[in-house]
Ligand binder design. Structure first.
Ligand code: ADP
Length: 153
């Protein structure tokens, strides 16, 4: 059976930090599905279409990585596409504390196991919020985002 993992997130935008997590996860799983959670109550800087096309441009030569948008519970999306695992990245203890509770509850309601990868030190400080702030103020985000030109309309 193919080992499939979902990497869920807002990816507003998808950064080199996210990329490093997918790279690590590819060593463990046959397929990684990047799931862009569409939360109707959240405001995003980059629209869904832009985010998904940007991610697809990064993986156009990597058949083992796909990207989809989903609504609702992440565990339901995992079941829908036949994923047995969920992947998340950890930068610091704050991430850990937050992720631990979600992972435990997800396991209880669905049996889906979460797998965590530590960030690479080079990108430990990279976070989408700061990248958005730099972009909003006209700064260059190429250092933090691959194919950043695909985010600019
Ligand atoms: P969410 O809104 O679900 O937190 P994000 O797009 O911010 O979505 O992040 C998705 C996942 O990627 C989370 O597990 C987060 O901890 C992880 N992540 C974000 N930035 C980095 C980074 N620089 N290095 C490693 N993991 C990261």
């Amino acid at each position: 059976m193919k080992k499939i993992a979902v990497f869920p997130g807002s990816f507003d935008p998808y950064t080199k930090g996210h990329e490093s997590i997918v790279e690590k996860a590819l060593g463990l799983f046959d397929e990684i599905v990047i799931g862009i959670g569409d939360n109707l109550t959240k405001k995003y800087m980059f629209d869904l279409d832009t985010r998904i096309k940007h991610i697809q441009s990064i993986y156009k030569n990597e058949k083992r990585v796909k990207a989809f948008v989903f609504q609702g519970l992440t565990v339901d999306f995992c079941k829908e596409i036949g994923a047995q695992y969920m992947v998340r990245g950890l930068r610091d203890t704050k991430d850990f504390e937050y992720e631990r509770n979600i992972a435990q509850m997800n396991l209880m309601i669905s049996g889906i196991e979460s797998v965590f990868f530590m960030t690479v030190s080079e990108y430990a400080a990279v976070n989408s919020t700061i990248v958005r702030e730099i972009h909003k103020n006209g700064g260059n985000i190429d250092l933090f985002v691959t194919n950043a030109k695909n985010l600019v309309k």
